[in-house]
Design a protein. Structure first.
Length: 284
């Protein structure tokens, strides 16, 4: 239930909560593939959107787990997540390959949302697949060029990031609105790309404010600092954390010091105990 909650919170734009819940699930031992997978997808997509390197590892593991689960729907939404990651990385060919890898199976089983998103990523990558009259409305509207209707549909569903993606295909006012949403969510990858496009078109981008993910965290931790705290709770050393996150040990030292300062505690054990007391990462 927590794994699926993390995915739901991600779609609702409650990214700090989504990351907290997903980390809590992924720190648990003995999770089955089907229970671990939604948290991996949420974790991977959040890290891709916030331009953090852990996205690839999480989505690689997610893809490996689909082999043991063996359903077209599961494969489809993992491939869709991977298509998004490659798109945000500027890899149009990789986006097309990921989207096409599960598209036929999703169409065959008529998964309206999975096939719809895979068709959307194919469309973004420049491949104009034959339209499907049964695919989910927001994707169908956007592929048809009706960005305003797509944005409205996402807004009704309460999915701000997807709404902003639709607005980003619109006129100048819509694109500025999309940039504001991306910046509010902390979607650095999309915000940076759209900001460059706005500047190239002679439009000054909206000034960036504090990321929502940082403001929403109960201790004011950044997403990276929350990652560090989760690993402190797992009793990892700084060297082990550095290896897990593929960053320098000195960088970990700085992050740990910042976490201790924000939590107002004097030790790693005290930080972990306080995080458990406050129920972070789904623990008590």
């Amino acid at each position: 239930m927590l794994a699926w909650q993390s995915l739901t919170l991600m779609h609702l734009g409650r990214w700090s909560e989504a990351a907290t819940v997903a980390r809590g699930v992924l720190l648990r031992e003995g999770m089955s593939a089907v229970n671990r997978l939604p948290a991996l997808v949420a974790f991977g997509r959040l890290h891709a959107r916030t331009d953090l390197p852990e996205a690839q590892g999480a989505l690689d593991e997610a893809l490996a787990l689909t082999t043991s689960i063996g359903t077209a729907e599961t494969l489809g939404w993992v491939r869709a997540a991977r298509a998004e990651r490659t798109w945000l990385a500027g890899d149009r060919i990789g986006t097309l390959e990921e989207a096409c890898a599960a598209y036929a199976a999703a169409v065959r089983e008529r998964h309206a949302w999975v096939a719809g998103e895979l068709a959307y990523w194919r469309w973004k990558a420049g491949d104009r697949a034959a339209p499907l009259d049964w695919m989910a409305e927001p994707f169908a509207q956007q592929i048809a060029g009706h960005w305003h209707a797509a944005a409205a549909a996402w807004h009704r569903l309460g999915c701000p990031y997807e709404e902003a993606r639709a607005l980003a295909d619109g006129d100048d006012a819509a694109r500025r609105g999309a940039l504001q949403i991306f910046q509010r969510l902390g979607a650095r990858a999309a915000a940076q790309s759209l900001g460059r496009a706005l500047r190239a078109g002679g439009l000054a981008p909206v000034p960036r404010g504090p990321y929502t993910a940082t403001r929403a965290n109960p201790f004011g931790l950044t997403p990276r600092q929350a990652d560090i705290l989760a690993l402190l709770m797992a009793d990892l050393s700084n060297a082990e954390i550095a290896g897990r996150l593929s960053i320098a040990s000195k960088t970990v030292d700085h992050h740990v010091a910042a976490v201790l300062a924000k939590l107002d505690v004097g030790s790693r054990k005290a930080a972990a105990a306080l995080a458990r007391q406050r129920g972070l990462f789904g623990t008590k």
